[in-house]
Design a protein around this ligand. Sequence first.
Ligand SMILES: Nc1nc2c(ncn2[C@@H]2O[C@H](COP(=O)(O)OP(=O)(O)OP(=O)(O)O)[C@@H](O)[C@H]2O)c(=O)[nH]1
Ligand SMILES: [Mg+2]
Length: 362
Amino acid sequence: MLYNAYSQKLSGQQTARSRKEPISYFNVMVAGQAGTGKTMFVRTLCERLKCNIIQGTLEESRPMVLKEQLRATEDFYSVSMHVEEDGERISFTLIDTPGFDDGLAIDHQLRYVAKYIDHQFERTLIEETKVKRDTKALDTQIHACLYFLDTMDNCLSDTDRYALRVLSSRVNVIPIIGKADTLTVCQRENLKKGFRNDIFDALQIPIYGFIDLEDDQEDEASNGQALERGSLTMTCILEMLRECVDEDDDEDARTMIGYLEQMPYTTFGYEEDPDTGRPVPLTPRETQHILGRRYPWAVVECSNPDHCDFEKIRSMIVTDHRDMLRIDTFERFYEKYRTEQLLSRRVNRLMATEVKNGKVLA
Ligand SMILES: Nc1nc2c(ncn2[C@@H]2O[C@H](COP(=O)(O)OP(=O)(O)OP(=O)(O)O)[C@@H](O)[C@H]2O)c(=O)[nH]1
Ligand SMILES: [Mg+2]
């Protein structure tokens, strides 16, 4: 139902697109508090995608950024590559951002991130309003923001709460638990439960997957039970999605259920050799390069589903949710930006005419 409509629209868009250009664009931003493992995740994902990268297409906005020693990120940088996935060629860009600080500084930092996201929308708007549009114009919109949560407590920190609210008004936010190798199984489960409850039920932050009922949909939701706006808990959302699966065999709804039931996904980065900056070999006679970390008591592997959800995150952004995220970005966030901009430009024009005609408002 809901998600099917999305995919139908998208497939139409893609057919038109694929006739003109072979590549679809997908851009992911990584954000969160300082030291939560964002840069290490970017490096690990790039390393993991290596086998899918089309030769010669890897580009870094700052030279050697993936090879230099790991240190706190001071400015935005991006890593772009063309990836071949299921026969489709994707131009995939990761944007790493400096970690947020506690306290007042976060306002300034979030404003900067918001400006960056808006700037990408502005590029689309400029292109759209041209008389002759460039059909090969790059899509630089941010389709998803992987937000690395602070895991000090079993609930959202004030900083995360604030940042999630600000970001989710502009971009599809996907919360992530980084450095999962430092958590026991029990700690992970408690964190997941606590975060899910805070984001969806207690605070109703409209991150990716949250469904905001339209007024006319309110009465129909959840087995005929009347729901008021803002009362959609995780249980209700899952119930609605299951109805879509049962009634229409909706594949997108099924994909979304899989995500919502297990979010926030956990991940950890590989261990770097301090001299070479390359992933350390996990066993002395390792032939195939496995990404992970070695402890005295065990070896943890990034791509092992028993150890963390890294592979789920990878397939989420590279395949499973890519189309839904792109459509959502265009229809929800870009449309909102476009409407606001066009309205404010119209108001400015009217004001300027009034001033010119000497009818200055009192
Ligand atoms: N145990 C463990 N340590 C990690 C992991 N990822 C990163 N670290 C360590 O945590 C520290 C911070 O990692 P970064 O990846 O730079 O974190 P960041 O979120 O990018 O930090 P800022 O750029 O300051 O915002 C470094 O000392 C890393 O070695 C992980 O998955 N597991
Ligand atoms: Mg960093």
